[in-house]
Design a protein around this ligand. Structure first.
Ligand code: GDP
Length: 173
């Protein structure tokens, strides 16, 4: 399609407690606050300047208690998806398979997607090794990142750049 690129909707999906709210808050404020009302579903909005005008970037922090129905609804709303898990919680990585299946069902195989392992600062509590995260990256056929939202903004910015690039590509094609 020749739709002009004026905005993008990014959806954060993952198990409870992996750092979705911390990720969104870090992106918007450049800060890590530490304690969040994580049950709430909320859209964060940022205007990004471009050479010609600006684009609107929406980030949906999906609330607790995701069900197949809510994941499907969020998937339809969004243009791109950040699948996030905690490196200290192997089950949160396994869980993403279910989420990915729903996205594939709704949007097809080829849609803007990244896989993000958070809490890389908690080295001694780590439950996911490199091999396993690579396997999932390959299975999902998307770029993967390891970040610490607590330590720095850098990883969050890289993830957002990547997903924006993928979404833009979708608009041009
Ligand atoms: P959500 O349920 O996915 O939205 O998760 P939250 O953003 O509420 O984060 C859950 C808990 O993990 C909170 O206590 C955060 O402070 C903590 N947390 C989030 N990101 C990190 C991180 O990178 N490192 C560490 N050590 N803790 C984190």
């Amino acid at each position: 399609s020749q739709k002009r690129f004026t905005g993008a909707r990014t959806v954060l999906l993952g198990a409870s407690g992996v750092g979705k709210t911390a990720f969104a808050v870090r992106y918007i404020t450049k800060r890590f606050i530490g304690d969040y009302d994580r049950d709430k579903e909320m859209v964060y909005t940022r205007q990004l300047p471009t050479p010609r005008d600006e684009i609107t970037l929406d980030i949906l922090d999906t609330g607790a208690r995701l069900t197949s129905e809510t994941i499907e609804k969020h998937t339809k709303w969004g243009d791109g998806y950040i699948l996030i898990y905690s490196l200290t919680d192997r089950a949160s990585l396994i869980y993403l398979s279910e989420v990915k299946d729903i996205i594939t069902k709704v949007k097809g195989r080829d849609c803007p997607l990244t896989l993000v392992g958070n809490k890389s600062d908690l080295i001694s509590a780590r439950e996911v090794n490199d091999e396993e995260s690579c396997d999932f990256g390959q299975k999902f056929d998307c770029p993967k990142f390891e970040i610490s939202v607590a330590e720095t903004s850098q990883g969050v910015l890289e993830v957002m750049d990547e997903i924006m690039c993928q979404i833009k590509r979708d608009f041009v094609n």
